[in-house]
Design a protein around this ligand. Structure first.
Ligand SMILES: [Zn+2]
Length: 283
């Protein structure tokens, strides 16, 4: 059996948006959508971070006038106790302990804290980077990206771009990468919401439960039970047909793996459940 990974699940700030946008049938009342960052420790390869959530740097990027629409549409809260550096230090860790950061995709709410890890290897899909690497101004805003969120020198020196040619099919997903070569952390291509988006599948300590981080392949648990996002939310997707295809593959994966917990980055119920389990470990 492959190694189990020690985990921390951290909500790093949240935004407010009408819940009906994320899931058909929900009320229009605004609700909080947390941004999840996940710390994963492999016994031989040390600490890896999956996404960063929000960061004060996010607000600096949105001061650029081309990015004001995001500021207006999605108000964000980041209490001091939820900031990533606080979460890291509260766990007895230091940002330098993280040898690598997996970027699920280059939306600002997933990468705003990258500057905290200047020495880490950055792992992302080549497709995802190519979709944003030359964007600025309005075109960057439309992709919820800002060039100031990424250190290009770090991408050149310590970027690990995963290529489709090196991927293997696995459990109905055409493109997956075995990050450590031991089956302990499998990155899964989940395109649609954003080009080249990466999910991650692993088993956690101490219970061996399988977790599948799906990033923004869906926003709520309900999306995986047939209640899709409504039409205006689809306008924000890179490729709505690919989004639907990915969702179908995830639904099939979930029905074939009923014990696996699928974790959308912004699903408040799922994130709260994971954090509660961490505070009160199940024996
Ligand atoms: Zn996104």
């Amino acid at each position: 059996m492959s190694s189990l990974l020690e985990t921390h699940f951290w909500a790093i700030g949240s935004c407010r948006a009408p819940s009906a946008l994320a899931e058909r049938g929900r009320p229009w009342r605004p609700m909080k959508f947390p941004a999840l960052a996940v710390a994963l420790r492999h016994p031989a390869h040390g600490w890896t971070l999956y996404d960063t959530g929000y960061d004060p740097h996010y607000f600096e990027c949105l001061r650029d006038w081309t990015h004001w629409p995001i500021r207006w549409a999605l108000p964000v809260e980041l209490p001091p106790e939820q900031r990533l550096e606080r979460r890291v230090s509260d766990a007895g860790l230091h940002s330098d302990d993280f040898r690598r950061v997996i970027v699920s995709h280059f939306h600002l709410d997933h990468i705003a804290g990258l500057h905290l890890f200047p020495r880490a290897e950055l792992v992302f899909s080549e497709d995802a980077w190519h979709s944003v690497e030359n964007l600025s101004g309005w075109r960057a805003m439309r992709m919820v990206y800002h060039p100031a969120a990424v250190d290009r020198a770090q991408i050149v020196a310590r970027g690990r771009a995963l290529r489709a040619e090196d991927a293997r099919p696995w459990n109905g997903f055409p493109l997956t990468w075995d990050l450590f070569g031991d089956g302990s952390l499998r990155l899964v291509g989940l395109p649609g919401h954003a080009r080249g988006q990466l999910g991650a599948v692993f088993r956690r300590t101490p219970d061996g439960k399988e977790i599948c981080l799906v990033s923004d392949a869906c926003w709520t648990r309900g999306n995986l039970q047939g209640r899709a996002p409504i039409r205006p939310a689809r306008l924000l997707m890179d490729d709505p047909a690919a989004f639907d295809d990915t969702l179908r593959r995830l639904e099939k994966f979930a029905s074939n793996h009923p014990d696996t917990l699928l974790v959308p980055t912004h699903c408040a119920e799922t994130v709260a459940g994971l954090q509660a389990a961490e505070t009160f470990p199940q024996s």
